[in-house]
Design a protein around this ligand. Structure first.
Ligand SMILES: Cc1cc2nc3c(=O)[nH]c(=O)nc-3n(C[C@H](O)[C@H](O)[C@H](O)COP(=O)(O)O)c2cc1C
Length: 223
């Protein structure tokens, strides 16, 4: 796939076929994506690749905690989007678009809950890649590096017919993941990527998310 085509076609895939992704394919994706740049080539990322029964158990335990109303304990808290801002409006617009496609009304609590649960069970993807960094590292600079490998994974995956959804929902209950996958306390889980073969019949996988025009995001100086 051509680079620009891949960048333009990448999208968050929120439903997958049950077909597992061969480990060799995931290895290739991660090997390619590890070419991502990082500050002083420090490559501060570490990957936990989870699938099969372990992932099923994590998904089930996540949902139990969610239903019990347990407070999330993320290793990395992305914080709240400030209200009454353009960022919040974009967030609301995205939710509206998804709920429209999924035929979920404002009042339909059951369907809304079901939607949230999907995220906590990694959208039923056959595998998930958790991007982590060691606790000895300061948070700020490696975060940029982890972001660059995150996007590169999503793009590389497309070459293998795979879809992805970057998500933080599934790693809110870090104790669950530590328990079932055995991830040590010394590794901070920063972001997850659900990965698998997309179910293109699923309504929300038809979402074409919007982008602000350059006029809203770009200032030009001396040009
Ligand atoms: C850091 C980060 C965290 C995200 N977390 C979630 C999430 O928890 N659940 C979800 O459905 N999508 C999540 N997304 C996906 C975004 O909603 C998505 O990238 C955005 O709406 C643009 O849509 P696109 O990926 O289809 O282009 C996340 C994306 C990023 C970069």
């Amino acid at each position: 796939m051509e680079l620009i085509e891949a960048i333009e076609k990448r999208m968050s895939v929120r439903s997958y076929k049950p077909e597992p992704v061969p480990r060799e394919v995931l290895e290739q994706v991660l090997t390619i994506a590890s070419r991502a740049p990082s500050s002083v080539n420090s490559q501060p990322w570490e990957f936990a690749v989870i699938g099969g029964e372990v992932l099923e158990k994590i998904g089930r335990a996540n949902i139990e905690k969610l239903r019990a109303g347990e407070m999330p304990k993320p290793d990395y808290d992305a914080g709240e989007t400030p209200r009454q801002t353009v960022y919040h409006r974009r967030r609301v617009d995205l939710a509206k678009q998804i709920f429209n496609l999924m035929d979920i009304t404002r009042e339909d609590r059951a369907k809304r809950q079901d939607w949230v649960e999907r995220g906590f069970r990694f959208f039923d993807a056959p595998a998930v890649i958790i991007i982590m960094m060691d606790e000895m590292l300061p948070l700020a600079s490696p975060l940029l590096d982890l972001g660059s490998v995150m996007q590169t994974i999503c793009l590389a995956a497309m070459e293998f017919g795979l879809g992805t959804c970057i998500e933080d929902q599934g790693i809110q209950y870090t104790d669950v993941i530590r328990e079932y996958a055995g991830i040590p306390e010394s590794k901070r889980m920063i972001i997850a990527i659900a990965i698998g073969y997309p179910d293109w019949d699923f309504s929300a996988n038809r979402l074409a998310s919007e982008r602000a025009p350059l006029a809203e995001t770009t200032s030009w100086y001396g040009l």
